[in-house]
Structures are given as C-alpha cells and as structure tokens.
Design a protein around this ligand. Structure first.
Ligand SMILES: [Ca+2]
Length: 484
C-alpha cells in the first residue's frame, strides 16, 4: 500500500504575459552597424518607423537615443534584437540611455542598456510601453524608471548593478512613480544599490509577480504610498541593509496622500533578508489600510518575520496561511490591526487557529522551501481568501485542504476505480485513511528532491529568437486570485 504519489511543482513559471494578439503587419526596418541593413543606427530607423513596424537590430553595440515615434494601441512599434546581443552602450539623453518620454505603445524586446551616467531606461508621460527580455545594468542612478505614466509592463528583464553611485543615487533598480496600470513580472532584479522594485507615490492598479529579487541594498520590493497592487509569486532574498526587508510597505514624506492601501501580498518566499521578511514603516506619518498577507513562506530572515514599526492602520488587514520559521522573532511590533488566523509561528501564538506541529521543508539547506509530505502546514490553511494557485502556478488546494506558505504540495488523486466490472474495483481502491501502512515513510522523504523552480524568466542578454511576440495591451494580467 502506498499513499497517493506526490508530484513536483509544475516545471514552469506562472504565465507572465497575456495571450498574444495579432496586429496589423507592418514593415521590418533592419538596422546593422556594419551597414548590412538599410540603417546603421537605431535612431535612423526610428525616425522612419510607423505604427505596426518592427525595427530589427543586428547584434552589436549601438548608441542610445530618445525614441521619436509612437505606435498605437493596436499597432505598436517594436524595437527588437535580431538573434543576438544588442546593447546600447553610449549616448542617449541627459536622463536615460534609452529615453521613452512622451511616447506611446512602444515595445522594446531583447535590448541591453548599460552604464548610463544617469538612468538606464527612462520615461515620463509614457503610455503602453513594454520592456521585455532586456538587460538594464550598471547605471549610475536608477535602472528602469517610469514616472507619470500608464500601462507599463516590464517582463523577463535582468536588472542589476544599477545605483552604481551608491546611496546618493536617484531612483531604484526598477522605479514606478505615479504610474497607473502596470505589470512587473518574471524579472531578475539583483545587486542594485537601492531598492530592487519600487512602486511609489500614487502608483496604482498593477502587479509585481513571478520575479526573483535578490541581494539589492533593499528593500527588495517596496510599496511606498501606493495602492491597488498585488505582490505575488515572488522570491525575495538577501536584502543587504539591516533595515531593509524582503517586501516593505511604507509611507515616505514625499507622498502627497501619505496612504498605502489595498495591497495583497501572497505566495511569496521571503528568506535571508537583513531587515526582515516584511516590514511596515513611515518616514514621519502615514496610513496603511486593507493589507492582506496570505500564504507566504517567511524563513530565516534577520530581525523578524514581519516588522510593524510605525503607521496607523485602518480598514481590514489580514494575516493568514503564512509560515514563519527561523526568524529571530515572528512579528516585531504590534499586529493588533490584523485579523490573524491559520499561521504557523516558531514562537508566537497570534490570532485564531494557530497551526502547530513539526515543520519540515523538502530541503531548506538547499533553498527548497516546499513543505515535505507530513509536515505541519500541509492541508492546514484556511480557504478564505486563499489564492487559487501557488507560487509555481500549481492549483490550490491539492489533497485535503489548502497548505500554508507559498507552495501547495501537489497530490495526485487516486485513479478512479472503473465502474465496470465492479469486481475489479477492490484492487484499485485507495488505502483506507486509517491504514497505518498508508502513513508516509519515516522522515517524510518526498519521492523527489528536485530543487524548486524559481518563478523567473530566463536571464536576458540572450534575446529571444522566435518571431516578435506582440503583447496584448491588457492590464493587469490575470494572475492569482485577489485575497483578503
Ligand atoms: Ca493541500
């Protein structure tokens, strides 16, 4: 007799982009620095581009520029690397190596931007911009910066080494300031000198999901005076500075409204962050409201699992189905503003239906924070407001109930007994729940120890070689279910 087999999480990241929608076929304008195309510079091709056109750029190094043209919602203009590394290594404007200010419906695919003396990619007053599979590296100030803009998507990019001038740098690895409608998904944002991903100052209506955000000064993911934002399916680790958490919610004084509200944080793994897993902070005063923290795995951070150091709370705030382990304390400060239930703590007993028992990960030492079969937390969560999928995109619940933490242990239902002939059904029937032989093997060793698949797209710098994908201009993408 055996228990139902346990499967590994799906070997794919959750879907990042909306379904491809065909657009009117435009002209392909070929750029090659060696003269083998019609144009030698991106600027020359850009000046000739019309809505629906694709500027296809041969591998090599090029001068940066201010994009001079806009597409339309149904016919964007695409700037795309042609099967090899394309990097903007010089020029640009005083603000960015690639400056999209004032432009609409421009897609930039597979293009690298490096060593800007200011920002890497920059835009104010832009709409419908897609930055996909791009590398944005080693800018003196912020990496990819969008201000006073709408419908901004940053997908599958590798953003690293920005804020090279240090803590005096303006902006962050990825910065959205007063942006309405956005998706930041499938990116690797790492080793930047300030925050990794920063949504701030009335940025709203968007998602931050499926990113791997690590080893930034921190916080790795920052929601500052922003609202209507979902932060899910991210792995956030190694924020370096001792006051910087894996995910931080804040109100800084620059904000006009001093409010951070309607933020859902779910299915995230937060580990090894110097300033804790999740933190709440206000520079002087501010209000947090309608914050949900559900199904996160918060393990081995410094300081605390969650730190609530300041701010007034209003509305309905939820702390549910989370795993806390290996942090110096579970919750620092008062969580009185939260409705807490179905959490597993290492020391605290906060809220209702506290989950207890021996917590076992598949292989924590190797960074595999999936729950092992038989661990505390399996099937122990609340269904209320729980996401419909886990960090890998696998369905919830699986087995007898919703699991705690970011991963749902996937249990394959026993094969149904054939209806006919009934005489054979007995041989295929699942074990009776009371059968001692049906318990997991000692130690709960899973059938596989394959490492978890980080929910992150392949590193960029290796531009896509498939035909140009045209992204549907739909924001935000369908992701996990709202919680709370
Ligand atoms: Ca389950």
């Amino acid at each position: 007799m055996t228990t139902p087999p346990v499967t590994t999480p799906a070997d794919t990241a959750p879907p990042v982009t909306a379904p491809v929608v065909p657009v009117a076929t435009g002209t392909t304008l070929r750029v090659a620095a060696d003269g083998s195309g019609r144009y030698r510079t991106i600027a020359e091709a850009a000046a000739a581009a019309k809505p629906g056109d694709t500027v296809l750029i041969a591998p090599g190094s090029y001068a940066g520029l201010q994009i001079p043209v806009s597409g339309t919602k149904d016919a964007p203009i695409t700037f795309k690397a042609d099967g090899g590394a394309v990097t903007l290594t010089s020029g640009g404007t005083g603000n960015g190596r690639l400056d999209l200010s004032g432009r609409s419906y421009v897609h930039v695919v597979g293009i690298g931007v490096s060593r800007s003396s200011r920002f890497g990619v920059y835009a104010t007053n832009a709409t419908g911009i897609v930055l996909q599979d791009c590398e944005v590296a080693d800018s003196q100030d912020g990496g990819a910066v969008f201000i006073d803009s709408a419908d901004i998507r940053i997908l599958g990019c590798d953003v690293h080494g920005n804020n090279a001038k240090g803590t005096s740098a303006d902006m962050e690895g990825v910065s959205l300031e007063n942006v309405d409608g956005f998706e930041i998904a499938g990116n690797h944002v790492h080793d930047n000198g300030e925050e990794g991903i920063d949504t701030k100052y009335e940025t709203r209506n968007g998602t931050v999901h499926g990113n791997r955000v690590e080893n930034n000064r921190g916080p790795n993911i920052y929601v500052d005076s922003a609202h209507a934002i979902q932060v899910f399916d991210n792995v956030s680790s190694g924020a370096k500075e001792s006051s910087k958490a894996g995910i931080a919610l804040a109100v800084e004084n620059y904000s006009k409204t001093r409010k951070t509200y309607d933020v859902q944080i779910y299915n995230n793994v937060l580990t090894g962050n110097a300033g804790g897993g999740i933190s709440f902070w206000t520079e002087s005063s501010g209000t947090f409201s309608d914050i949900s923290i559900v199904n996160n795995t918060i393990v081995d951070n410094k300081k605390a699992g969650i730190t609530i150091s300041a701010g007034q709370f209003q509305g309905t705030n939820v702390l549910r189905n989370n795993i806390f382990s290996g942090n110096p304390q579970d919750v620092g400060g008062s969580a009185a503003a939260f409705t807490a239930d179905h959490n597993l703590f290492s020391g605290t007993s906060l809220g209702a239906n506290v989950v207890t028992g021996v917590l076992r990960f598949v292989n924590a030492a190797a960074g595999d924070l999936r729950l092992a079969p038989g661990s505390a937390g399996v099937d122990a969560g609340s269904a209320q407001g729980a996401p419909a999928t886990d960090i890998t995109g696998a369905p919830r619940p699986s087995g007898a109930g919703f699991d705690l933490g970011a991963y749902e242990l996937q249990v394959v239902p026993p094969a149904a007994a054939p209806a006919d002939p009934p005489a054979s059904a007995g041989a295929l029937a699942p074990p009776a729940p009371s059968d001692p032989a049906a318990l997991p093997a000692a130690g709960g060793t899973p059938t596989t120890t394959a490492p978890p698949v980080p929910p992150v797209a392949p590193a960029s710098g290796a531009p896509r070689t498939d035909p140009p994908a045209v992204l549907a201009p739909v924001l935000p993408s369908a992701g996990g279910a709202p919680v709370g």
